[in-house]
Design a protein around this ligand. Structure first.
Ligand code: SF4
Length: 211
């Protein structure tokens, strides 16, 4: 299925961000929000010169709320983003590189203690922001996997993640991360094009794999 998606769509070059910190911000902002809205918030932050750890550290929370308004849930998201920067400052001296050098399981556990961080946000930060070899589970993967009867309808996050991790496991950490990045991005693409709330299977690259 991975090969079929890659042949159909090519490499997706994800995540759509210029820096690791921009990935972190995007991972928070995209919660319960379409990416188009996130892009408008990121553009506001860029224009205000706030796409950096220093920028977010120094900005008033109220101002941050205004800049990220297109993404919605601004009170919770602004507070969560400010908390992330405080966490980064206190534990890693404000350095995402230093944070990235820690073991994946430790970082995941730390991220999951932060407000506004669930498994999908934690894993998106780990994979796309910090380059750790971990699979990101989202609603699109859930739809594809259940509709193809790879998992039960009430599947849990960890089970779907194990399915993804197995699909991308490679000899090196870098290769595993590269495939995890690519496959997740391809699943988002097939989800947007075909496997939405109502599946449009005709012409879908995964149609030959239907049970
Ligand atoms: S649209 Fe149909 S064929 Fe495509 S991934 Fe979804 S269920 Fe499978």
């Amino acid at each position: 299925m991975y090969a079929a998606l890659l042949a159909a769509y090519g490499t997706r070059k994800w995540w759509p961000a210029d820096t690791a910190f921009e990935v972190v911000l995007g991972a928070y902002l995209t919660q319960a929000t379409a990416w188009r809205s996130v892009e408008r918030s990121i553009a506001n932050l860029r224009q205000a010169n706030m796409l950096t750890v220093e920028g977010i550290r120094g900005i008033a929370e109220e101002t941050l709320r205004e800049l990220i308004r297109p993404s919605g849930f601004v009170v919770r998201k602004a507070a969560s983003i400010k908390t992330f920067v405080r966490f980064l400052d206190e534990r890693y001296n404000g350095s995402l590189e230093r944070m990235a050098s820690q073991p994946t399981a430790d970082l995941r556990a730390q991220l999951l203690t932060l407000p506004g961080v669930g498994p999908e946000t934690a894993d998106a930060i780990l994979l796309y922001g910090l380059g750790h070899p971990i699979f990101v589970v989202d609603e699109y993967l859930r739809r594809v996997a259940t509709r193809h009867e790879l998992v039960a309808a009430n599947v849990r996050y960890a089970e779907l993640q194990a399915l993804g991790d197995a699909a991308v496991a490679s000899d090196s950490r870098e290769e595993t991360a590269r495939h995890a990045n690519e496959l997740h991005a391809l699943i988002v693409e097939v989800g947007k094009r075909h496997c939405g709330t109502a599946p449009r299977c005709d012409g879908c690259p995964l149609q030959p794999f239907l049970p």
